[in-house]
Ligand binder design. Structure first.
Ligand SMILES: C[S@@+](CC[C@H](N)C(=O)[O-])C[C@H]1O[C@@H](n2cnc3c(N)ncnc32)[C@H](O)[C@@H]1O
Length: 395
């Protein structure tokens, strides 16, 4: 048995080294992902099942330590340092117990959130600097305060609901955990702090993918057939408008061409937005107010809803579209049919507990769009990513 295991480790090591070499030579996202996947396979082979179970058991404590460090402003203090920071200095702003800081710092060092030059001598890492960014803090706070209580209660929700795939926006894991029948969006609208955390989390995105306008052929697919009297892009459920601002920075179109739509609570939560972007308070379950736009863009919207609800949302768009001119652009995960990676499979769990929503494969996207009279023109995927744009038009 050990012989087989050693053989596996040897071949996984060879594979990992080869894929890391390829990544270093090519520096592409695809080869980085491949190198990471083979390094993870090697780590898994080195772990015993008991290691793996205990790692799972202790992993929530990593989140707790990182969140506590963030609350103690440890990342801010560390990031400014050019010489090592001591426990006393890190404890200072919140007058924390030095021994508590010492214990938290040990965890941070284990997970590369800080580096340790000697006992009680800490320097920043890329991760500690990342944790000072407003969007990273919003993501951590949203997870810790709003998502974890739901995740903790979800197995109980399934026991009580006989393991049905959740799809009811008023009766999913969130409603079970928070004892409400409000949809997550109504619940957010009534909880201003949670809404602010969530919107900041949305602005942060979920990875370092560049803005879609950097890799989607905007000129050819949108701008070449722009109509002077029509909006170019309607961002439906666009949050605080960060995607449209990103678009405008890359393609500085005239005022009125870009339209942001979201619920009143979200539009009212906007603090800064380019004045040339039109804002509309609108529910996508109502008829679409902007007719015949060149494109209706949905980012991380469809994955929040069951097929039935997506059909309702999409029918309001198909009614507003002009055949042969208007498009729908959906930016979401496109789950591979086999061996999907943790990022999309775990995001599927997150949307399931929150909305409840679902991430879809190509087949499921195609079936959904065809069911409302649309046809997929192309699945656009930046190389190495499983999140892309589904371009669709009226059949
Ligand atoms: C997952 S967030 C995505 C936000 C943004 N598109 C992004 O990717 O950052 C979902 C968005 O849908 C909005 N939303 C939820 N229900 C809505 C409705 N009935 N009408 C319009 N927007 C809605 C939420 O307010 C939120 O901004």
């Amino acid at each position: 048995m050990m012989g087989q295991k050693s053989h596996d480790i040897a071949s996984l090591t060879t594979k990992a080294v080869a894929s890391i070499d390829t990544y270093q030579a090519t520096q592409t996202e695809q080869t980085r992902q491949d190198a990471l996947a083979s390094a993870i396979s090697l780590v898994r082979a080195l772990e015993t099942p008991a290691d793996a179970i205990y790692k799972l058991f202790t992993s929530p404590a990593i989140l707790m330590a990182v969140k506590t460090a963030s609350d103690l402003n440890i990342f801010t203090i560390l990031s400014d340092r050019t010489s090592p920071a001591s426990w006393k200095e890190l404890a200072g702003p919140k007058n924390a117990d030095i021994q508590l800081v010492e214990r938290i710092m040990r965890v941070l060092v284990c997970y590369d959130f800080a580096s340790e030059l000697g006992p009680g001598q800490y320097m920043p890492t890329d991760l500690s600097r990342k944790m000072t960014e407003r969007k990273a803090i919003g993501t951590m706070d949203s997870l810790f305060i709003d998502f974890l209580p739901i995740i903790q209660k979800t197995p109980e929700f399934f026991q009580k609901s006989n393991y049905k795939n959740p799809g009811d926006p008023n009766g999913g894991p969130l409603q079970h955990a928070y004892n409400t029948t409000d949809s997550c969006w109504d619940w957010l609208a009534k909880n201003a702090d949670a809404l602010s955390r969530f919107n900041t989390f949305m602005e942060g995105g979920r990875d370092d993918t560049s803005h879609w306008a950097d890799w989607f052929p905007v000129q050819e697919r949108l701008l070449d057939r722009l109509s002077p009297d029509r909006p170019l892009l309607v961002d439906v459920g666009g949050g605080r408008g960060h995607d449209l601002e990103g678009f405008k920075q890359r393609f500085p179109v005239e005022a009125g061409k870009l339209v942001l739509e979201d619920l009143p609570s979200v539009i009212d939560d906007i603090q800064h937005l380019d004045g040339g972007i039109q804002r509309i308070k609108h529910s996508f379950f109502e008829p679409q107010p902007v007719q015949g736009a060149r494109a209706y863009y949905f980012k991380h919207i469809m994955h929040d809803w069951s097929d039935y609800n997506c059909q309702v949302i999409l029918r309001h768009i198909t009614t507003a579209m002009e055949r042969g001119f208007s498009k729908i652009l959906i930016e979401d995960y496109i789950i591979p049919d086999q061996n999907a990676r943790p990022k999309e499979t775990l995001t599927d769990m997150i949307v399931m507990v929150w909305c409840p929503g679902i991430e879809r494969t190509r087949q499921r996207w195609t079936e959904l769009l065809e069911s409302v009279g649309l046809r997929v023109i192309k699945f656009w995927l930046p190389h190495g990513y499983h999140k892309g744009i589904i371009e669709a038009e009226l059949q």
